[in-house]
Design a protein around this ligand. Structure first.
Ligand code: NI
Length: 226
């Protein structure tokens, strides 16, 4: 299941991030991937330990924490600190790959990448190409969102970023371990939660809605890791 989260960042947060990225140092994106991915990856990333990266991580993490849609769709348990990348000039693509399943967290332990996410920092008209192409169960999806918006997709998907042929594509990408390991079960919970919220908005509270909400939580109780 692919889910777009429009305007995850507000305009002030986006402006702040773009200002940070106007004057910062980058490193070769191949430093953070496995051997297969390294053969197809050509981009730049903010280095671990950079002040710019720490600042952007704080903004993005706060925005994620404020998004009810992100919580409902991802049911996040652990988040690997987000990365920031740039596609421009000769370093402009990332060929087909699957993200590593297990990522070591800088503070110890591992994060299982159940979900991957891309948060766009550049507007679609700032660059040509640079589409995120994801092979989903419903076919191939080509994604290029407005700056400040994010797409969430299963970590198990084969995906790529097509060459940026003009301009510059700035984005954050991140990996999330969900309380719900199974994509299918997570989808059931997301659709149920969305429907319950819509019913509650339309008709107000009712005994049936209390029971349906209870069923949602009982499924979560049955399936969730903690
Ligand atoms: Ni990837």
């Amino acid at each position: 299941m692919l889910i777009s989260i429009p305007n995850l960042l507000n305009p002030e947060q986006l402006t702040e991030i773009r200002q940070i990225l106007d004057s910062t140092d980058w490193q070769d994106g191949r430093l953070t991937v496995g051997t297969q991915a390294a053969t197809v990856k050509r981009n730049r990333q903010l280095p671990e330990g950079s002040e710019s990266l720490a600042h952007i991580r704080a903004i993005v993490t706060q925005a994620l924490g404020n998004s009810a849609l992100f919580f409902s769709a991802a049911l996040p348990l652990k988040l690997l600190p987000p990365f920031v990348n740039r596609y421009e000039g000769d370093e402009n693509y990332y060929g087909n790959h699957i993200d590593n399943a297990m990522r070591s967290h800088p503070k110890g332990g591992f994060v299982r990448a159940d979900l991957s996410a891309t948060l766009f920092f550049s507007e679609p008209d700032e660059y040509d190409g640079g589409e995120l192409v994801i092979e989903d169960t419903f076919g191939t999806q080509r994604i290029k969102l407005q700056a400040g918006s994010m797409v969430l997709y299963p970590g198990s998907s084969v995906h790529q970023v097509t060459p940026v042929t003009k301009g510059c594509r700035l984005a954050s990408f991140m990996f999330i371990q969900s309380m719900i390991r199974s994509d299918a079960n997570r989808r059931i919970l997301f659709e149920m939660d969305t429907a319950i919220s819509a019913l509650r908005q339309r008709h107000g509270e009712s005994d049936e809605l209390v029971r349906l909400t209870g069923s949602y939580h009982n499924l979560l109780r049955a399936w969730a890791d903690s």
